[in-house]
Design a protein around this ligand. Structure first.
Ligand SMILES: Cc1cc2nc3c(=O)[nH]c(=O)nc-3n(C[C@H](O)[C@H](O)[C@H](O)COP(=O)(O)OP(=O)(O)OC[C@H]3O[C@@H](n4cnc5c(N)ncnc54)[C@H](O)[C@@H]3O)c2cc1C
Length: 383
């Protein structure tokens, strides 16, 4: 066995998660309700501010430590989807914000007084092609006036601030990624004053929403960085997001493998534990192998990120390997549990639905393969 990384952090996260067992998540899942108590506990324990530098009140740790937090949350049967954005969305402000913006927001994000959980990029008509977004922020005096629509914006109802990507000039065919900007929207002021939030019910409990902007006024001082460079700023944050999500997948994968191997050892049918049958044992063993392999790529990506080295290829590969491994483990666990895998009280079907998301969001598997094919291997571009 290799030594466990960040053992103190992992132990503390495990202890916290033990207070939120399967029954807690099942009830929320049934109601599609937000895990407020869980998010509050993580905030108070300081786990959501690990990436914020100490000068702004965070722990100033690297991405590797943050991945350990999310992995343990998922390995414990919990789900970080309700709050993981509080960890990394602030990176846009930290990297590109003015000193005044950093002072105004980061210390309060670190304490949890301000929730920066929402990240508004995707639009119904643009899909993965972000350059096609049409939500427009028009500069009028000392304000931007925003009109448009966003879809799949998670946690918008549970966030005080949102990092919003919008167009500030029309799409230029010669330079499609130019002309987009990042605004920091104060959701408390915006709701009912030009911003309408509509929840979207999905196959998992994810607090995702549709946003409608109708002449929403945002102070010009809430522009993050330079006007027109927003697409680059959003891309800057994506490697961190992919590595963190890979860790969630690895945590899920380990949870499924542990549950499946335990059940396979205990469940007796035809006078023998079902795990004695290789048709049950091998898929679990194979999933374990793939989770461990994904973990190696996660650490390669996280170490490069923390060393300030380029890590786009590794971050994408870690996300793909993690998502595939957790999905494989989910299938093996469901099959191992037979009919009981379908019963809500075993939590397998809930986690199965939850981990399926990672094939689609925050980036779909095909788009990662396109990145690897075109940018790593230099094959012809498909878009
Ligand atoms: C629960 C949930 C939460 C989300 N939270 C957020 C959020 O907080 N903020 C946010 O901004 N977005 C969020 N998203 C959006 C998410 O990032 C997108 O759903 C995802 O990027 C895919 O975009 P799309 O759904 O528009 O699919 P589309 O772009 O319409 O693609 C559909 C399918 O076609 C494939 N495809 C498209 N183009 C190609 C191509 N050139 N080659 C091969 N295959 C292709 C895709 O891989 C995909 O499988 C969330 C989504 C979900 C479901």
């Amino acid at each position: 066995m290799t030594q466990e990384t960040f053992p103190e952090i992992r132990e503390a996260v495990r202890k916290l998660c033990a207070r939120f067992p399967g029954g807690y998540w099942r009830e929320l899942d049934r109601e599609r309700a937000y895990p407020t108590a869980f998010v509050q506990a993580l905030t108070e324990a300081g786990f959501l501010s690990v990436l914020i530098p100490e000068e702004y009140g965070g722990s100033g740790l690297g991405l590797g430590a943050a991945t350990a937090v999310l992995e343990e949350i998922h390995r414990s049967g919990c789900n970080g989807g309700a709050c993981h954005a509080q960890m990394y969305t602030m990176g846009t402000v930290l990297k590109h914000g003015t000193p005044a913006q950093k002072q105004a927001y980061l210390p309060k994000i670190a304490t949890g007084e301000l929730r920066l959980q929402a990240f508004g990029v995707t639009e119904p008509d643009a899909g993965t092609d972000t350059t096609r977004i049409t939500t427009f922020a028009k500069k009028v005096g000392d304000k931007y006036v925003v009109n448009g629509r966003k879809l799949w914006i998670s946690r918008a109802e549970h966030s005080d601030l949102m990092v919003l990507l919008c167009r500030t000039s029309p799409r230029d065919e010669a330079k499609t990624s130019a002309g987009m900007s990042v605004l920091l929207v104060d959701m408390r002021e915006a709701r009912g004053a030009g911003l309408t939030i509509t929840p979207v019910r999905t196959m998992l409990n994810h607090a995702t929403t549709e946003l409608l902007f109708e002449d929403l006024e945002v102070p010009a001082e809430n522009l993050v960085g330079e006007e027109g460079k927003g697409f680059k700023y959003i891309l800057d944050g994506m490697n961190a997001e992919r590595i963190l999500i890979a860790a969630e997948c690895i945590g899920d994968g380990r949870w499924f493998v542990e549950r499946a191997s335990r059940y396979a050892t205990e469940r007796v049918v035809f006078d023998r534990p079902i795990g004695q049958n290789q048709g049950i044992q091998f898929p679990i063993a194979r999933a374990h192998v793939h989770v461990e392999a994904a973990d190696l790529m996660r650490w390669k990506a996280a170490d490069l990120f923390d060393a300030g080295q380029p890590c786009g290829a590794e971050a994408n590969m870690a996300k793909l390997l993690g998502a595939d491994a957790s999905w494989e483990a989910a299938n093996a666990a469901l099959q191992t549990h037979g009919g009981f895998g379908m019963a809500t009280e075993y939590d397998i079907e809930r986690k199965f639905r939850e981990t399926r998301l990672y094939q689609i969001a925050p980036i779909s598997t095909n788009l990662i393969l396109a990145h690897v094919g075109q940018h790593v291997l230099g094959m012809p571009r498909s878009f």
